[in-house]
Write a protein that binds this ligand. Structure first.
Ligand code: FUB
Length: 310
């Protein structure tokens, strides 16, 4: 017995494995991952499902960071509904981008005066905040959610968002105003796949766009087909399309009924962030963010990626 106890003790003292545990965050329910690489560090922005939630009860956002994709530092909550005096609920899925020496966090929230979903912008001087309301009012609002922001090589920034539609607008260099009107991206089955059984929504596009460019190709990774969502993607030769549907990336959602993706390249590897309901007590409203390393295929396509926790 003493020998067994000594062996168990020795195992317990071994260094941590080189692979991060999934879910990444184990002390909170987190959702809607939005990774950002800045100055050699990965910042992970997430939503926060409240304990015991039976709907999307989300009142703040959280930030974590890592330099090795294994050990994550919790930077707390540098932005919440209280940041936006005109918002009263639904701190849902957003994304942060760095520009002008500042960090802009685009988020969907519910506007108190109208009860409508709109997009607000937080701004901070460093990636862990604190973030303040950049405008004092929504940037744009049409009842739709899930902004993603992308700055092209020519400096033009684009904001995309939407459920049930998919919209984009060109942001000005100040990142808190835009030119022209929001434009609806045509949701064709060639562009976004075919959904069966819902004549109102003929394509797979549901929500959660994540737009980026890699080797000259524009990628739009999105949450597909409520309400056992999976992650799929489309590509285009330019930031406004035309989009071509490329297939499924992650076919499952674990014990959540949503999934939501963010992708980065970091230190020579590619990483796919997603969420599921893998923590104890987890489910569709108590989700947890996880990550998988992957390799693009030689033609730039994205392989099928499997959850290592569900
Ligand atoms: O987290 C609230 C909502 O659930 C997000 O806005 C959607 O993308 C889905 O994940």
């Amino acid at each position: 017995c003493a020998a067994i106890a000594a062996a168990v003790c020795a195992v317990a003292l071994l260094p941590a494995p080189a692979q991060a545990d999934n879910p990444i965050v184990q002390h909170l329910y987190t959702a809607d991952p939005a990774p950002l690489v800045h100055d050699g560090r990965v910042y992970l922005y997430t939503g926060h499902d409240e304990d015991g939630s039976t709907w999307f009860t989300m009142r703040d956002w959280r930030v974590f960071s890592s330099t090795d994709m294994v050990n994550w530092t919790d930077h707390g909550s540098p932005m919440s509904l209280e940041t936006f005096a005109w918002a009263d609920a639904d701190a849902w899925a957003g994304e942060v981008v760095a520009r002008n020496g500042k960090f802009y966090w685009y988020v969907p929230v519910r506007q108190r005066s109208t009860g409508q979903k709109v997009i607000g912008v937080g701004v901070a001087d460093n990636p862990t905040g604190p973030f303040r309301d950049a405008l004092g009012h929504p940037l744009v609002g049409n009842g739709e959610i899930d902004p993603t922001v992308f700055i092209d090589d020519d400096g033009q920034a684009y904001l995309y968002w939407g459920n049930p539609n998919l919209w984009y607008v060109r942001l000005n260099a100040d990142m808190i105003s835009y030119s022209g009107s929001p434009t609806r991206i045509p949701l064709t089955t060639a562009g976004f796949g075919t959904r069966t059984g819902d004549p109102d929504r003929p394509t797979l596009y549901e929500e959660g766009p994540w737009v980026y460019k890699r080797n000259g190709t524009y990628y739009n990774v999105f949450s597909a087909r409520c309400c056992s969502e999976f992650i799929a993607y489309s590509t285009a030769p330019g930031p406004t399309g035309p989009w071509t549907y490329r297939g499924t990336i992650m076919p499952t959602q674990g014990s959540s009924f949503t999934n939501h993706a963010g992708i980065i390249d970091y230190a020579g590897n590619s990483y796919f962030f997603y969420h599921n309901g893998a923590l104890p007590g987890g489910g569709g409203f108590t989700r947890s963010v996880a990550v998988e390393q992957f390799r693009y295929n030689a033609d730039g396509s994205i392989p099928t990626i499997t959850m290592t926790s569900t």
